[in-house]
Structure formats: C-alpha cells, structure tokens
Design a protein around this ligand. Structure first.
Ligand SMILES: [Zn+2]
Length: 358
C-alpha cells in the first residue's frame, strides 16, 4: 500500500500505511492496519513468519542455516537478527530473498550481510541503478527531475489519505542535505542490491530443502518474487496479491493507486494465474494476519477480470468516466472490505489503465 512515516512503515501494496499519523493528519480508522508490535509465529514445518505491525517477513530454518525473505527496516532487522540468534543458535542467515525493491519491505538487509547472499528478481537492478524507480501508491516523478520529491510522495497520500502515496518522512528521513528531495542513491541507501538475480524462475536448494523463486509478472511491483517453500507446501508473496489493506481476509478491494501501479490489468490477471498454477496449500503474505489459500487467489483474479469487463463494456457503450462512477456499482463486491471507499478509485484505475494500455 502506501505510505509511511519516517522509518515507521509504510506503503501498502499500493496503498500505504502507517503506524502513526504525521502532525495534522487524522489517524487511519481503527482496524485499517494491524496494530504495532513484533512477534515470530510458526507457519508449518520449518517455516515461520515474523512481523513488524502489519508487515511480515518469512524465514525457513534448515540444517545449513536460515533463508529469510525480506528485512523491512534496519531497526526491525536488528531485532530479528537477535531473535534468530537466541532461538536458533548456530544457524546464520545464509540467504536473503528480496520480495521486491519497495523500501518498506526491502530495507535493513545490511544487518545480515556478514553471512547472507542476497537474491532478487533482475528488474530490481533496474530500479536501483540510479534512475527514478518504480514505486507504489501512485508515486511517480511528476516533475521529471529524476529525484524523489516530498510532494511526489505526500500529494497522493493527502489526496487519498492512508490509501496511496506515502508520508513526507519517507523522503525526509533519507534526504541528507535537507532540500526536500532524495536522490535515488540516497533513497536506496539502506537496501542491499541483490548478489544473484534471475529472470523468470530460480530453484534454491539449501540444507535439504527446496525453494522456488517465481516472478509472477508485473502487478503491484515490476520486480516481484513469490517464494514457494516446497517442503512446507507454502507460498509467501508480498504486496501481491495481498496489499497492506489486507488483514484477516483477502476479500478486500485493491487500493487502486494510479492506474494499478502502472501495469496493465492483463498483466495483473496473468500474475494471479502464474501463482494459481503453483503447488501449495498455504498462502502467506507480507500483509495479512492469517494464512490464505489458492481460492483467495482465484477470487482476487476474478475481481480484476470482472472490473476489466465492466469498465471495458461501459467504454464501448460510450459512457464517460463520470457516468461510470454512477453506473458501475460492482455490487457483487459490496461485502468486501473498503467497498464504499474504493469502488470509485477502482473504476477510475481501470478506466485509466485501459486508456493507457490499449
Ligand atoms: Zn510494495
């Protein structure tokens, strides 16, 4: 999701979130995001999740060391490293798999750099090469200066409070000279570049375990990796399909910032199908307080397919976007979380998506 605050958290799948409201900003409604706090929970077999509020990492403990997916922040990574040393003595973190390059999931890896090799999808290198990166929450280089400006983070946040953008602290905390903008290098200062990259799929064998890394396609991010822990029959995927609005149920409308994060809806649908085709029983997210299932993926795909069909048909009928806001009720999703708030943003996102990607 989106946004964040100074080192506190943020972003959502496409939406952002925060744990604390900046001065003058009303806090998110109760229950919109998981409460703060850190813990480690067992998933299945040798697989665990650890969380920083509503942000989750996963780790697999093997006889030869630990495979960790994501590090979230420097502060969280330090906490996790101490926890792992206490609970699993003699098991160093051997690999860090990075789910994608967005700062609220990727920061802090250097804490494990003494023992770990870092792996990510190859598009991470493009996002970290000094150019303006692909970011969530409708954060784009609006003034084309190649720098990450406070306004570019904060305006989408103010326009759709707690759903898009990010708080100014996301930039100012990294802006060393205080000019209200961060260079891409400053912005990625706390994110380790992957040592190993792959394009489509990669198999990692560690300590008798087999792990598959899968690039689903472009969706929330353009450099995402879903991680299949084959022995535990568990899939860990971050921000797609569950964005930061997802808590205990995946029946939650997408935050729909910008035209769906700048990727064609057909690519989102293809991404769902890629994950649906994998062999697993449990679906765990970088957001979401419980384990989900393949059926949740199917329902998420069906939402995108339905929305695409509805908006496409309205465009063909010659309706304007203003008319669609009234005519498209998306009634079958009225029981999903955030329906009242996100029905219209989803119609707008789909409309702009279909106008952009013809
Ligand atoms: Zn993200």
């Amino acid at each position: 999701m989106k946004g964040i605050v100074t080192g506190l958290l943020m972003l959502l799948g496409t939406a952002t979130a925060l744990a604390a409201a900046p001065a003058g900003i009303p806090p998110p409604p109760p229950g919109m995001f998981a409460p703060p706090g850190r813990s480690i929970s067992h998933v299945a077999g040798d697989l665990y999740r650890a969380n920083n509020g509503g942000w989750f990492v996963a780790f697999l403990v093997t006889r030869d060391g630990i495979v960790l997916v994501d590090t979230l922040s420097v502060d969280f990574a330090k906490w996790l490293k101490a926890q792992l040393a206490e609970r699993f003595p003699g098991k160093p973190v051997k690999y860090v798999i990075m789910s994608h390059s967005h700062w609220d999931h990727a920061e802090g890896g250097a804490v494990f750099a003494d023992t770990a090799t870092f792996i990510g999808q190859e598009n991470m290198l493009r996002n970290m090469d000094g150019r303006y990166p692909a970011l969530p929450g409708d954060i784009v280089d609006r003034n084309d200066d190649g720098l990450l400006d406070v306004a570019e983070f904060e305006q989408p946040f103010l326009d759709r409070l707690w759903y898009c953008g990010a708080t100014r602290g996301s930039v100012t905390s990294k802006d060393r000279n205080g000019d209200g903008r961060a260079t891409p290098a400053e912005f990625f200062a706390d994110i380790v570049k992957p040592d190993i990259v792959y394009a489509d799929r990669m198999t990692l064998r560690v300590g008798g375990k087999t792990i598959q890394l899968v690039f689903p396609g472009k969706n929330h991010a353009n450099d995402g990796t879903a991680v299949l822990f084959t022995d535990e029959r568990a899939l860990f995927a971050v921000d797609f399909p569950a964005d930061a609005l997802v808590q205990g149920s995946m029946r939650s409308l997408p935050s729909a910032c910008g035209p769906f994060d700048g990727h064609p809806m057909a690519e989102w649908i293809r991404s769902y199908r890629t994950l649906e085709a994998l062999d697993f029983d449990l679906l765990l997210g970088g957001h979401g307080t419980v384990a989900f299932t393949r059926q949740d993926l199917v329902e998420g795909r069906e939402f995108f397919e339905y929305l695409l069909r509805e908006v496409d048909a309205a465009m063909r009928r010659g309706e304007s976007l203003a008319q669609m806001r009234q005519s498209l009720r998306l009634d079958r999703y009225k029981d999903w979380a955030h329906y009242e708030t996100l029905r219209i943003p989803n119609i707008e996102a789909a409309y702009h998506n279909l106008q952009t990607y013809k």
